[in-house]
Ligand binder design. Structure first.
Ligand code: FAD
Ligand code: SF4
Length: 512
């Protein structure tokens, strides 16, 4: 007879923290922890080999640390012959075996998962106690309160509220340095000379657990996108803390200045690469923000670098979570620009003549990582200009990045990058021609296309599609005062040039 438990505490793959709210009153004599590896979570979108390995390895390491302290763990492995393949199926099995009086969970990071847990609990007439996720500075209720009565939900205002609430980078009631935001100083490029010698990122040699998972992924998820050879992501809390420390010491000083810059073949630059550790809860955002603030206070990093970084974690990360949970499930269906094209096949292979896209896609498939501007202003921009259906774009982003969890991926993709929510997140679409990419990188130097040209054989597809996008959406965009400058420039183009652009854009779309 299997042992009965008082509570079954559900720990999902992105909830790998011992201080999780669901574990707050855990009693190892009465309760058990339930964790499940299931095929559906790697296939409902084809989770890349890097992402799947990260989640499975981090889960196995976390389960091991629970077992090390003799906490009972009910764990389903992906390759268990009787694994049902779904979270609901595995949970039902555990309920039947262990007859818990209650299910306890920290609020999941995905609407779909929450609904499926609720359905199982209901079917078995069990209470599902959902606790706040304390690995955020704010609660969803606080965001909803902030959103009440506002016509627009801008990150900057929520960020300022959180600065005041937490006292981070505050001097009494005023922001340290007299300014909330140093973005103007944070838009540097590497210039002609390039980035020079960059601090190497801290990567972690796969241990036995990770190697086992890699073999499993290569076997069972061989058709999923990407490669595995370079796997080196932090899979334990200890490794995540080392990765944070390495960033603060070596890269934070230049983070702000080069936040938006790109360089051919340079994957890591001055970014932190801790998003996956944060999203799996191996790191707490409070310790991340504390570390950056302390580095500033100790004079190790300039204020624009510390503020720029803190804004990403305390501002953007909290804000997009609020957007997701207050607007789901309708948010997933938004397509305000009525985009319907298919995602080009080369997003899954990296095989394209566009140098900037090739670089961003190939590093994504190789490492499961690209930095924000590569996601927003290269791969995201191209899909936006091409008019790809936002759900297809969303599914790609959810598949390929190691840090992809829906609460953070969806608003960034659908709202910020594709402008499919009609301006809830972004005050205007992030659209630019190839000249932006030329300014921020060296990609165009070695590309067969010319970012200055919109028509002709060597025209840059970004530039052609940029003018085509403005032209196609001119009626909607003309209502937005922030688009006036760009539309003024569109108006300067002759009728003949516009027709030529439309025809060239059609050819690009047909070939995609
Ligand atoms: C289309 C698109 C899809 C994205 N999908 C994801 C995703 O699935 N998961 C994810 O964590 N981030 C996503 N982002 C946000 C951002 O690009 C990544 O957080 C960042 O690139 C991760 O790399 P890093 O850790 O080196 O970040 P850094 O550049 O070092 O930034 C520091 C931290 O700030 C946080 N952060 C930065 N920007 C954002 C943002 N816009 N929203 C929320 N948090 C932010 C992250 O936790 C990040 O680790 C997406 C952005 C775009 C444009
Ligand atoms: S010319 Fe256009 S396609 Fe080529 S790298 Fe520059 S922006 Fe990208």
């Amino acid at each position: 007879m299997a042992k009965s438990y008082r509570h079954l505490v559900l720990i999902l793959g992105d909830q790998l923290n011992l201080d999780a709210s669901a574990l707050a009153d855990f009693d190892p004599k009465l309760d058990a922890i339930w964790m499940a590896e299931v095929m559906a979570e790697s296939t409902h979108v084809p989770s890349s080999k890097q992402r799947s390995t990260l989640f499975l390895s981090a889960m196995r390491h976390f389960a091991q640390s629970l077992k090390d302290q003799s906490w009972p763990v009910v764990y389903s492995r992906l390759n268990d012959p009787n694994n049902t393949g779904t979270l609901a199926g595995e949970l039902e099995k555990a309920i039947q075996l262990h007859q818990p009086q209650k299910l306890v969970v920290t609020a999941p990071g995905e609407w779909r998962v929450l609904q499926s847990l609720r359905a199982v609990a209901k079917q078995h007439s069990l209470t599902l106690e959902i606790r706040d996720d304390t690995h955020f500075f704010s609660t969803v209720r606080e965001f909803a309160e902030h959103a009440k009565g506002r016509k627009q939900l801008r990150q900057e205002f929520f960020y300022r509220e959180l600065r005041q609430k937490t006292g981070v980078l505050m001097d009494g009631k005023k922001p340290v340095g007299g300014q909330w935001n140093f973005d103007e100083e944070n838009r540097g490029s590497f210039g002609k000379q390039g980035p020079g010698k960059l601090p190497p990122p801290l990567r972690f040699e796969p241990d036995e657990i990770t190697l086992d998972v890699m073999a499993l992924v290569k076997d069972q998820l061989r058709h999923n996108p990407g490669e595995l050879n370079s796997f080196g992501w932090p899979v334990t809390r200890n490794q995540a803390l080392q990765a944070l420390d390495s960033f603060i010491q070596n890269r934070l000083p230049f983070f702000g200045l080069y936040q938006d810059a790109m360089w051919e073949g340079e994957v890591w630059l001055y970014h932190s690469h801790i998003s996956s550790a944060l999203n799996l809860k191996l790191l707490n955002p409070r310790e991340v923000v504390d570390a950056a603030e302390k580095a500033y206070q100790q004079g190790l990093v300039p204020l624009p670098a510390a503020e720029g970084f803190i804004r990403q974690v305390l501002g953007w990360r909290e804000y997009v979570r609020g957007i997701y949970w207050t607007l789901m499930p309708a948010y997933l269906e938004r397509n305000d620009m009525l985009a319907s094209a298919k995602l080009p096949a080369f997003y899954w292979t990296g095989k394209t003549d566009m140098a900037c896209m090739r670089d961003a896609l190939q590093q994504t498939l190789a490492h499961g990582y690209a930095h924000h501007i590569q996601r927003l202003m290269v791969t995201g921009l191209y899909a936006l200009l091409l008019g790809v259906a936002p759900k297809e774009v969303h599914e790609w982003y959810l598949s390929v990045y190691v840090d992809a969890v829906e609460w953070v991926e969806l608003p960034n993709t659908l709202g910020m990058s594709q402008f499919a929510d009609g301006g809830v997140m972004a005050s205007k679409p992030y659209v630019a021609s190839g000249k932006y990419i030329d300014r921020m990188s060296n990609h165009c130097k070695a590309c067969q296309f010319n970012p200055a040209l919109a028509t002709g054989e060597t025209a840059c597809p970004f530039t052609t599609l940029y003018w085509d996008y403005l032209n196609r959406h001119v009626d909607v965009l003309a209502k937005n005062p922030r688009m006036l400058m760009q539309l003024k420039n569109l108006n300067r183009l002759s009728e003949a040039t516009r027709t030529e652009i439309t025809n060239q854009a059609k050819r690009i779309k047909n070939a995609s």
